[in-house]
Design a protein around this ligand. Sequence first.
Ligand code: FAD
Length: 527
Amino acid sequence: MTYQYDDIVVGSGSAGAVLAARLSADTSRRVLLTESGPDYSTVDSTPRDILNGNAMSLEAHDWNYRAEIYDGRRTRFPRGRLTGGSSAVGATIALRGTPDDYDEWAALGNPGWSYSDVLPYFQRMEDDLDYSGEYHGQGGPIPIRRWRPDELTDAQRAFQEACLAAGYAETKDHNHPTATGVGPIPSNRRDLTTRTSTAMGYLGPARSRPNLTIAAGTTVERVLFDGDRATGIRVARGNGSGDDIHAGRVILSAGAIGSPTILMRSGIGPADELGRHGIDVRLDLPGVGGNLIDHPRTGVFMVPNPGMINPGYPFLQTILRTTAAGSAETNDLQYYMVNHFDLNLFPELYMLSGVPVIFGVMLVLQRPKSRGRLTLSSPDPTAPPVIDLNFLADDHDVRALTEGVRTCWELANHPSVRRLGEEIVVLRERAINNDRMLGQYVITSLDSAYHPVGTARMGPDADPMTVVDSGCRVHGTTDLYVADASIMPNIVRANTNLTSIMIGERAAALLTAGPPRTSGDQAGQAA
Ligand SMILES: Cc1cc2nc3c(=O)[nH]c(=O)nc-3n(C[C@H](O)[C@H](O)[C@H](O)COP(=O)(O)OP(=O)(O)OC[C@H]3O[C@@H](n4cnc5c(N)ncnc54)[C@H](O)[C@@H]3O)c2cc1C
């Protein structure tokens, strides 16, 4: 067969943009990067919602999914749809997982993914403007800076004071492997406002290469095969028609929602689920779409005093990472001071609070035990999948969130924080010591932190719920790979963007079989 490309990378998000940039650094490889959304090739042509790192972009460049949270309640479930993917719309929190997270991946049968194995890739991606040394990198494509004390809002300073008064340690560098406590958030930006996505950091320097083609506005329907060998992709053109593009390798980086749906449409997934949609089963892999893990979030929020909120402030600036009482998992809880939370996009919460903008202390559970599932609603590539987060299925999560809300309440009621707001939204004092009432509050206020992972889990072939091996190759196939957030065997104790970029870096090195160079090399240079 004559191939038009050596590699096709499907999806240009946190991982896919990295792969396309690293693979095309070898000028002898012809690389096609396909992206369903638009591509903005210059800063000048990039819309304001994508450049503004001080607020998430939840509508203008979104897939418009909804996910089930609990007991039938569904909510907005954003995913970035443009080059840069979700790294281009997110809250710019640039945190690594704990060393234990990656050591667990290795212990689950994934050699090459322990903390010491992946650290060089975290270093390689970054240009840390604050810290250097054995754990940090300089000169990489993604700038990382922490908020300086004089840049914090009153609410952030008050939160920090409340945390220190409650006995939590202060930490200045949350990306140090032993960091815990309260301190400034590392953020993927070089200045005070501009979000740096992987499209800017990685594709920017690579896009002029003659051997890299970026096909924006191109939605991939499925993978093409010759026997068990992937030979290319079918691009959806509407009305059931499509174009075929052939390549030596296909790498799915369409994210934890996109990649498993492409696999299922290609006949790779749970046989009964595929059969329900009349899709011919190529490979019965029950783990595709299973093991959906996400970080649940709730919190204690307040109606702000008049003039207290400025929507131009950064959304988040400081974080408290701590360990739940009795937990063996360090940093399994995250707390944030949210400077402003616009409820116009969340009508249920708007209705409950009665005001359009709130602020307060947010809790994000880092090691949930509940597992959800992603299934197709139809084989049509334009139909949204069914996303069931199945939050609170495990009692551990109910208990941890209920206890966590008590901590939010204490921090929000510290005098330095409490004086900034008029009243606390929904939650009343009498509920705090009542497990049943507090549990009901958790159920009502629960939402996603937008960190889905695990839907094409990495692990040994012998485990029937795994989908790719430690080289990112789909079990039972040749020349088909998945490299994005969906391969995480378990969720990390951190927001998932940096770990997804690391997966892109690590997969690119595996696919070029070259050892990582140390930090400081640009995306434009050879892998
Ligand atoms: C609103 C929001 C805020 C977030 N904030 C943070 C944060 O502050 N810090 C943090 O660490 N994490 C954050 N996250 C999570 C983080 O961004 C993701 O975990 C990470 O980007 C996942 O990377 P990925 O490469 O797996 O997928 P994505 O970055 O989502 O990339 C997938 C790409 O594939 C494309 N695609 C999908 N299907 C197809 C198809 N069929 N054909 C062609 N292209 C396709 C998509 O359009 C997208 O560009 C946030 C996420 C969201 C949505």
